[in-house]
Design a protein around this ligand. Structure first.
Ligand SMILES: [Zn+2]
Length: 241
């Protein structure tokens, strides 16, 4: 009889410990879900083009030195972005080249960058519409057109020849840059890299033709800049006007 009541007491104690442990776990979780707000903070909403550029430069410096930060890919983070929506602080127009992924290059995480990637970082109505959506609807203060060293799309355009399927539509977009550089009389071995730079400028010019972009730039709410990625060093050089 005595043994039986001791066993019962033991069972009660085990149950109590389990319940206490669970309540502590849940109590520990509660403050986290309360602090994880679903509203964009003022900090998120008031990022200027200069702030945005600084964040990209700092992120790229971390990437170059291989000291990238650990990204929050938790369920809570995904839920926040799902409920509150996205507030990307920069729009990055870059080449589809697998060696040029903006999120990695700028050491950013979920919800930070609005990326438009297309071979040769060219602008067409669909990519322009995507940019307009990001700057007008999501309030991104900075558009970066990022070309890169040794871009295959520019190389193919420079070399000419057959462009099967729809590849010709990319070549047609890049052609004016190559032709302009060739006509400028630069040395033949410089045409390739200079055409890449020129192609970046052309993309910026096309973006700035958008009345939505034009208005935001005029009101000081938006900047459009060019940049070039170095495949070997990993460094992004922001181009001056
Ligand atoms: Zn490329």
């Amino acid at each position: 009889m005595f043994m039986e009541s001791r066993i019962k007491l033991k069972k009660y104690m085990i149950c109590a410990i389990i319940m206490l442990t669970f309540s502590m776990i849940f109590a520990g979780c509660a403050p986290q879900s309360q602090t994880s707000t679903n509203e964009p903070t003022d900090e998120m909403k008031n990022v200027s083009a200069e702030d945005s550029l600084k964040l990209l430069e700092e992120g790229n410096a971390r990437f170059v030195s291989a000291e990238t930060t650990t990204k929050d890919i938790s369920e809570a983070k995904r839920e926040d972005l799902s409920v509150a929506g996205q507030f990307p602080f920069a729009v990055i127009v870059s080449c589809s080249d697998s060696r040029v992924p903006p999120m990695l290059i700028f050491d950013q995480g979920l919800g930070d960058l609005f990326e438009i990637r297309v071979a040769g970082n060219v602008i067409d109505p669909v990519s322009l519409g995507s940019i307009e959506y990001a700057v007008e609807h999501l309030g991104s203060p900075l558009v970066v057109v990022m070309g890169h060293e040794k871009c295959g799309a520019v190389k193919a355009t420079q070399e000419g020849g057959e462009a099967p399927g729809s590849i010709g539509s990319i070549v047609e977009k890049i052609k004016p840059a190559v032709e302009k550089v060739k006509a400028s009389g630069v040395a033949e071995d410089q045409v390739y890299e200079k055409a890449i730079d020129e192609n970046i400028k052309n993309a910026i010019a096309e973006i700035e033709k958008s009345p939505i972009v034009e208005e935001l730039v005029a009101s000081g709410k938006l900047k459009v800049v060019g940049a070039k990625y170095d495949l070997d060093t990993g460094k992004v050089e922001f181009l001056s006007e």
